[in-house]
Design a protein around this ligand. Structure first.
Ligand code: HEM
Length: 313
Protein backbone atom coordinates (compact mmCIF):
# COMPACT_ATOMS: atom_id res chain seq x y z
CA UNK A 1 0.00 0.00 0.00
CA UNK A 2 1.27 3.48 -0.91
CA UNK A 3 0.97 6.38 1.54
CA UNK A 4 0.24 9.83 0.08
CA UNK A 5 1.06 12.57 2.56
CA UNK A 6 0.72 15.55 0.23
CA UNK A 7 -2.52 17.56 0.34
CA UNK A 8 -2.61 18.33 -3.42
CA UNK A 9 -1.78 14.81 -4.61
CA UNK A 10 -4.19 13.23 -2.10
CA UNK A 11 -6.99 15.48 -3.38
CA UNK A 12 -6.10 14.77 -7.05
CA UNK A 13 -6.25 11.01 -6.41
CA UNK A 14 -9.56 11.20 -4.55
CA UNK A 15 -11.07 13.20 -7.43
CA UNK A 16 -9.54 11.07 -10.21
CA UNK A 17 -11.75 8.68 -12.23
CA UNK A 18 -8.68 6.37 -12.37
CA UNK A 19 -9.22 5.53 -8.70
CA UNK A 20 -12.08 3.62 -7.12
CA UNK A 21 -13.01 2.95 -3.53
CA UNK A 22 -11.47 0.06 -1.60
CA UNK A 23 -13.86 -2.92 -1.55
CA UNK A 24 -14.34 -4.01 2.06
CA UNK A 25 -16.83 -6.69 0.89
CA UNK A 26 -14.03 -8.27 -1.17
CA UNK A 27 -11.84 -8.51 1.98
CA UNK A 28 -14.66 -10.37 3.77
CA UNK A 29 -15.08 -12.73 0.81
CA UNK A 30 -11.38 -13.59 1.06
CA UNK A 31 -11.63 -13.99 4.84
CA UNK A 32 -14.68 -16.19 4.44
CA UNK A 33 -12.78 -18.45 2.01
CA UNK A 34 -9.66 -18.55 4.20
CA UNK A 35 -11.36 -19.07 7.57
CA UNK A 36 -14.30 -21.15 6.29
CA UNK A 37 -16.74 -18.81 8.09
CA UNK A 38 -19.93 -17.48 6.60
CA UNK A 39 -19.78 -13.68 6.41
CA UNK A 40 -22.58 -13.31 3.88
CA UNK A 41 -24.61 -10.85 6.01
CA UNK A 42 -21.57 -8.60 6.54
CA UNK A 43 -20.74 -8.84 2.82
CA UNK A 44 -24.28 -7.91 1.81
CA UNK A 45 -24.25 -4.99 4.24
CA UNK A 46 -20.84 -3.71 3.05
CA UNK A 47 -22.15 -3.67 -0.50
CA UNK A 48 -24.64 -1.01 0.59
CA UNK A 49 -22.13 1.23 2.33
CA UNK A 50 -21.37 4.14 -0.03
CA UNK A 51 -17.76 4.58 1.17
CA UNK A 52 -16.90 1.15 -0.24
CA UNK A 53 -18.82 1.15 -3.54
CA UNK A 54 -18.92 3.09 -6.83
CA UNK A 55 -21.11 3.46 -9.92
CA UNK A 56 -24.89 3.33 -10.16
CA UNK A 57 -25.48 1.55 -6.83
CA UNK A 58 -23.42 4.19 -5.08
CA UNK A 59 -25.40 7.01 -6.68
CA UNK A 60 -28.73 5.40 -5.88
CA UNK A 61 -27.89 4.83 -2.21
CA UNK A 62 -26.31 8.26 -1.87
CA UNK A 63 -29.46 9.85 -3.29
CA UNK A 64 -31.71 8.15 -0.71
CA UNK A 65 -29.34 9.20 2.10
CA UNK A 66 -29.14 12.78 0.82
CA UNK A 67 -32.95 13.05 0.70
CA UNK A 68 -33.26 11.73 4.26
CA UNK A 69 -30.67 14.20 5.53
CA UNK A 70 -32.40 17.18 3.95
CA UNK A 71 -35.94 15.98 4.85
CA UNK A 72 -35.03 15.73 8.54
CA UNK A 73 -33.10 19.02 8.83
CA UNK A 74 -35.61 20.70 11.16
CA UNK A 75 -35.68 17.65 13.44
CA UNK A 76 -31.87 17.56 13.52
CA UNK A 77 -31.70 21.21 14.59
CA UNK A 78 -34.31 20.69 17.29
CA UNK A 79 -32.52 17.54 18.53
CA UNK A 80 -29.13 19.28 18.69
CA UNK A 81 -30.56 22.30 20.52
CA UNK A 82 -32.53 20.22 23.02
CA UNK A 83 -29.68 17.84 23.68
CA UNK A 84 -27.18 20.70 24.15
CA UNK A 85 -29.48 22.54 26.57
CA UNK A 86 -29.87 19.34 28.52
CA UNK A 87 -26.18 18.41 28.58
CA UNK A 88 -25.10 21.92 29.44
CA UNK A 89 -27.62 22.17 32.28
CA UNK A 90 -26.67 18.76 33.70
CA UNK A 91 -22.87 18.76 33.31
CA UNK A 92 -21.43 22.26 32.96
CA UNK A 93 -20.97 23.64 36.49
CA UNK A 94 -17.92 24.63 38.57
CA UNK A 95 -15.85 21.69 39.91
CA UNK A 96 -17.65 19.22 37.64
CA UNK A 97 -15.59 16.48 35.97
CA UNK A 98 -16.78 15.54 32.51
CA UNK A 99 -15.83 12.83 30.04
CA UNK A 100 -16.22 14.65 26.72
CA UNK A 101 -16.80 11.32 24.95
CA UNK A 102 -19.33 9.52 27.16
CA UNK A 103 -20.99 12.56 28.76
CA UNK A 104 -21.04 14.95 25.81
CA UNK A 105 -20.20 13.82 22.24
CA UNK A 106 -21.86 10.39 22.49
CA UNK A 107 -25.27 11.57 23.85
CA UNK A 108 -25.30 14.49 21.41
CA UNK A 109 -24.65 12.08 18.52
CA UNK A 110 -27.37 9.69 19.71
CA UNK A 111 -29.99 12.41 19.63
CA UNK A 112 -28.84 13.61 16.18
CA UNK A 113 -28.81 10.08 14.79
CA UNK A 114 -32.32 9.45 16.16
CA UNK A 115 -33.54 12.50 14.25
CA UNK A 116 -31.88 11.35 11.00
CA UNK A 117 -32.77 7.65 11.13
CA UNK A 118 -35.46 5.95 13.22
CA UNK A 119 -33.97 3.38 15.59
CA UNK A 120 -34.70 0.78 18.23
CA UNK A 121 -32.47 -0.95 20.82
CA UNK A 122 -31.09 -3.35 18.21
CA UNK A 123 -30.24 -0.83 15.51
CA UNK A 124 -28.70 1.46 18.12
CA UNK A 125 -26.34 -1.35 19.13
CA UNK A 126 -25.56 -2.18 15.50
CA UNK A 127 -24.78 1.43 14.64
CA UNK A 128 -22.13 1.43 17.37
CA UNK A 129 -20.70 -1.98 16.47
CA UNK A 130 -20.65 -1.96 12.66
CA UNK A 131 -17.62 0.39 12.28
CA UNK A 132 -15.51 -2.22 14.14
CA UNK A 133 -15.84 -4.35 10.98
CA UNK A 134 -13.50 -1.95 9.15
CA UNK A 135 -10.64 -2.54 11.61
CA UNK A 136 -7.81 -4.80 10.41
CA UNK A 137 -7.24 -6.15 13.93
CA UNK A 138 -10.72 -7.17 15.10
CA UNK A 139 -10.82 -10.87 16.05
CA UNK A 140 -12.65 -13.28 13.74
CA UNK A 141 -14.93 -14.16 16.66
CA UNK A 142 -16.05 -10.54 17.04
CA UNK A 143 -16.56 -10.24 13.27
CA UNK A 144 -18.70 -13.39 13.35
CA UNK A 145 -20.79 -11.95 16.21
CA UNK A 146 -21.49 -8.77 14.24
CA UNK A 147 -22.32 -10.93 11.21
CA UNK A 148 -24.98 -12.70 13.30
CA UNK A 149 -26.51 -9.40 14.40
CA UNK A 150 -26.61 -8.03 10.85
CA UNK A 151 -28.12 -11.32 9.69
CA UNK A 152 -30.88 -10.97 12.30
CA UNK A 153 -31.50 -7.38 11.18
CA UNK A 154 -31.68 -8.39 7.50
CA UNK A 155 -34.02 -11.28 8.34
CA UNK A 156 -36.42 -9.14 10.33
CA UNK A 157 -36.30 -6.47 7.64
CA UNK A 158 -36.81 -8.89 4.75
CA UNK A 159 -39.97 -8.39 2.70
CA UNK A 160 -40.92 -5.14 4.46
CA UNK A 161 -42.28 -2.41 2.22
CA UNK A 162 -39.36 -0.16 3.11
CA UNK A 163 -36.73 -2.95 3.19
CA UNK A 164 -34.10 -1.08 1.15
CA UNK A 165 -34.69 2.22 2.89
CA UNK A 166 -34.27 0.76 6.41
CA UNK A 167 -31.00 -0.82 5.36
CA UNK A 168 -29.78 2.45 3.80
CA UNK A 169 -30.65 4.39 6.96
CA UNK A 170 -28.75 1.88 9.08
CA UNK A 171 -25.76 2.40 6.76
CA UNK A 172 -26.08 6.18 7.08
CA UNK A 173 -26.16 6.15 10.87
CA UNK A 174 -23.26 3.66 11.02
CA UNK A 175 -21.06 5.94 8.93
CA UNK A 176 -21.78 8.99 11.09
CA UNK A 177 -21.17 7.58 14.57
CA UNK A 178 -17.39 7.43 14.91
CA UNK A 179 -16.41 10.43 12.78
CA UNK A 180 -18.88 12.63 14.65
CA UNK A 181 -18.20 11.46 18.22
CA UNK A 182 -14.43 11.24 17.70
CA UNK A 183 -14.06 14.56 15.87
CA UNK A 184 -16.22 16.46 18.35
CA UNK A 185 -14.37 15.05 21.37
CA UNK A 186 -10.91 15.62 19.87
CA UNK A 187 -11.81 19.12 18.66
CA UNK A 188 -13.06 20.30 22.06
CA UNK A 189 -10.01 18.76 23.70
CA UNK A 190 -7.73 20.62 21.28
CA UNK A 191 -9.45 23.98 21.90
CA UNK A 192 -9.29 23.56 25.69
CA UNK A 193 -5.72 22.20 25.71
CA UNK A 194 -4.33 25.07 23.65
CA UNK A 195 -6.00 27.71 25.88
CA UNK A 196 -5.60 26.35 29.43
CA UNK A 197 -6.08 29.64 31.26
CA UNK A 198 -9.00 31.21 29.45
CA UNK A 199 -12.71 30.99 30.29
CA UNK A 200 -14.80 29.65 27.41
CA UNK A 201 -16.26 33.04 26.52
CA UNK A 202 -12.74 34.38 25.86
CA UNK A 203 -11.56 31.49 23.67
CA UNK A 204 -11.16 32.00 19.95
CA UNK A 205 -13.37 29.21 18.68
CA UNK A 206 -12.55 27.77 15.22
CA UNK A 207 -15.32 27.95 12.58
CA UNK A 208 -15.26 24.16 12.12
CA UNK A 209 -13.86 21.02 13.82
CA UNK A 210 -10.11 21.68 14.29
CA UNK A 211 -9.47 17.95 14.69
CA UNK A 212 -10.86 14.84 13.00
CA UNK A 213 -11.08 11.18 13.88
CA UNK A 214 -10.91 10.30 10.17
CA UNK A 215 -7.48 11.27 8.85
CA UNK A 216 -7.22 9.27 5.62
CA UNK A 217 -9.25 7.57 2.89
CA UNK A 218 -8.16 4.56 0.82
CA UNK A 219 -8.47 4.22 -2.93
CA UNK A 220 -7.65 1.53 -5.50
CA UNK A 221 -5.80 2.47 -8.71
CA UNK A 222 -7.60 1.39 -11.91
CA UNK A 223 -4.99 2.60 -14.43
CA UNK A 224 -1.32 3.42 -13.79
CA UNK A 225 -1.06 7.12 -12.96
CA UNK A 226 1.69 9.64 -12.23
CA UNK A 227 1.65 12.67 -9.89
CA UNK A 228 4.76 14.90 -9.70
CA UNK A 229 7.29 12.16 -9.07
CA UNK A 230 4.84 9.59 -7.65
CA UNK A 231 3.75 6.65 -9.79
CA UNK A 232 0.82 4.50 -8.74
CA UNK A 233 0.45 1.15 -10.48
CA UNK A 234 -2.84 -0.35 -11.62
CA UNK A 235 -4.27 -2.53 -8.82
CA UNK A 236 -2.29 -0.71 -6.11
CA UNK A 237 -4.00 0.48 -2.92
CA UNK A 238 -3.31 4.09 -1.94
CA UNK A 239 -3.86 5.66 1.47
CA UNK A 240 -4.60 9.36 0.90
CA UNK A 241 -3.85 11.33 4.06
CA UNK A 242 -6.51 14.03 4.35
CA UNK A 243 -5.65 15.40 7.81
CA UNK A 244 -2.02 15.93 8.73
CA UNK A 245 0.05 18.17 11.02
CA UNK A 246 2.26 18.81 7.95
CA UNK A 247 -0.68 20.39 6.05
CA UNK A 248 -1.74 24.02 6.48
CA UNK A 249 -4.86 24.79 8.58
CA UNK A 250 -6.66 25.59 5.33
CA UNK A 251 -5.64 22.33 3.63
CA UNK A 252 -6.85 20.33 6.63
CA UNK A 253 -10.10 22.28 6.78
CA UNK A 254 -10.83 21.82 3.06
CA UNK A 255 -10.23 18.05 3.25
CA UNK A 256 -12.14 17.48 6.51
CA UNK A 257 -15.23 15.99 4.83
CA UNK A 258 -13.50 14.53 1.75
CA UNK A 259 -13.83 15.47 -1.92
CA UNK A 260 -15.87 14.60 -5.01
CA UNK A 261 -18.33 11.76 -5.43
CA UNK A 262 -17.81 10.46 -1.88
CA UNK A 263 -17.93 13.80 -0.04
CA UNK A 264 -19.40 13.30 3.43
CA UNK A 265 -23.20 13.35 3.54
CA UNK A 266 -23.10 14.31 7.21
CA UNK A 267 -21.12 17.51 6.55
CA UNK A 268 -24.03 19.93 6.96
CA UNK A 269 -25.45 18.38 10.14
CA UNK A 270 -21.96 18.05 11.66
CA UNK A 271 -21.07 21.67 10.89
CA UNK A 272 -24.41 22.89 12.27
CA UNK A 273 -23.82 20.87 15.43
CA UNK A 274 -20.32 22.36 15.79
CA UNK A 275 -21.67 25.93 15.45
CA UNK A 276 -24.38 25.28 18.04
CA UNK A 277 -21.86 23.70 20.44
CA UNK A 278 -19.60 26.74 20.01
CA UNK A 279 -22.55 29.09 20.39
CA UNK A 280 -23.47 27.46 23.68
CA UNK A 281 -19.99 27.06 25.18
CA UNK A 282 -18.72 30.48 24.10
CA UNK A 283 -21.30 32.10 26.40
CA UNK A 284 -19.97 30.32 29.48
CA UNK A 285 -17.72 31.83 32.17
CA UNK A 286 -16.35 28.38 32.99
CA UNK A 287 -12.77 27.35 32.26
CA UNK A 288 -11.96 23.78 31.19
CA UNK A 289 -8.84 22.04 32.48
CA UNK A 290 -7.76 18.99 30.43
CA UNK A 291 -7.13 16.13 32.85
CA UNK A 292 -6.47 13.13 30.59
CA UNK A 293 -7.10 11.61 27.20
CA UNK A 294 -7.03 7.92 26.32
CA UNK A 295 -7.03 6.84 22.69
CA UNK A 296 -8.40 3.52 21.44
CA UNK A 297 -5.85 1.04 20.09
CA UNK A 298 -8.28 -0.90 17.93
CA UNK A 299 -10.59 1.53 16.12
CA UNK A 300 -8.66 1.76 12.88
CA UNK A 301 -9.34 3.54 10.46
CA UNK A 302 -10.71 5.94 13.08
CA UNK A 303 -8.55 7.82 15.55
CA UNK A 304 -10.98 7.39 18.43
CA UNK A 305 -10.71 8.79 21.94
CA UNK A 306 -12.00 6.32 24.56
CA UNK A 307 -12.19 8.96 27.30
CA UNK A 308 -11.36 12.67 27.47
CA UNK A 309 -11.52 13.89 31.05
CA UNK A 310 -11.89 17.61 31.73
CA UNK A 311 -12.47 19.52 34.98
CA UNK A 312 -14.45 22.75 35.06
CA UNK A 313 -13.54 25.81 37.12
C1 HEM B 1 -17.09 15.71 12.00
C2 HEM B 1 -17.74 14.66 11.58
C3 HEM B 1 -17.44 13.92 10.30
C4 HEM B 1 -16.30 13.84 9.56
C5 HEM B 1 -14.95 14.49 9.87
C6 HEM B 1 -16.60 13.02 8.40
C7 HEM B 1 -15.69 12.73 7.40
C8 HEM B 1 -15.99 12.04 6.25
C9 HEM B 1 -15.09 11.83 5.14
C10 HEM B 1 -13.64 12.34 5.06
C11 HEM B 1 -15.76 11.12 4.19
C12 HEM B 1 -15.24 10.70 2.81
C13 HEM B 1 -14.80 9.26 2.76
C14 HEM B 1 -14.17 8.89 1.42
O1 HEM B 1 -13.97 9.73 0.56
O2 HEM B 1 -13.89 7.70 1.27
C15 HEM B 1 -17.07 10.85 4.70
C16 HEM B 1 -18.06 10.12 4.04
C17 HEM B 1 -19.33 9.90 4.54
N1 HEM B 1 -19.87 10.39 5.70
FE1 HEM B 1 -18.91 11.56 7.05
N2 HEM B 1 -17.91 12.61 8.47
C18 HEM B 1 -18.47 13.15 9.60
C19 HEM B 1 -19.77 12.99 10.04
C20 HEM B 1 -20.75 12.27 9.40
C21 HEM B 1 -22.11 12.12 9.86
C22 HEM B 1 -22.66 12.73 11.14
C23 HEM B 1 -22.75 11.32 8.95
C24 HEM B 1 -24.18 10.83 8.95
C25 HEM B 1 -25.17 11.49 9.45
C26 HEM B 1 -21.79 10.98 7.91
C27 HEM B 1 -22.07 10.20 6.82
C28 HEM B 1 -21.18 9.95 5.80
C29 HEM B 1 -21.49 9.14 4.65
C30 HEM B 1 -22.83 8.46 4.36
C31 HEM B 1 -20.34 9.09 3.86
C32 HEM B 1 -20.16 8.33 2.56
C33 HEM B 1 -20.41 9.19 1.35
C34 HEM B 1 -20.11 8.43 0.05
O3 HEM B 1 -19.27 7.54 0.04
O4 HEM B 1 -20.77 8.75 -0.95
N3 HEM B 1 -20.59 11.57 8.22
N4 HEM B 1 -17.21 11.44 5.94
Amino acid sequence: MKLVNDAQIAKAIILSPDFKTYSMAERYRELSRRAGIDFSAVIKFLEWLPVFIDGEDHQRIRKVMGKQISRTKEDQNAAIQKSLDNLFYRCFRPAAEIDLVADFAQPLWRSISASVAPRDERTLELVDEIPALFSPILSIRERAKINEKIEAFLRSNSGAEDEDESLILLCLASLGARPFVGSLGLSLYEVFRSNPNLPMHELSWPGTFPSSSLTFVDRMCQATAGYSGLTVEKGERVRCITQSPSYSIDENRRALFGFGAHTCLGKSVSERAWSLVVDKLSKSDLRAECVSIEMSLHDDPFKMPVTIEIRLH
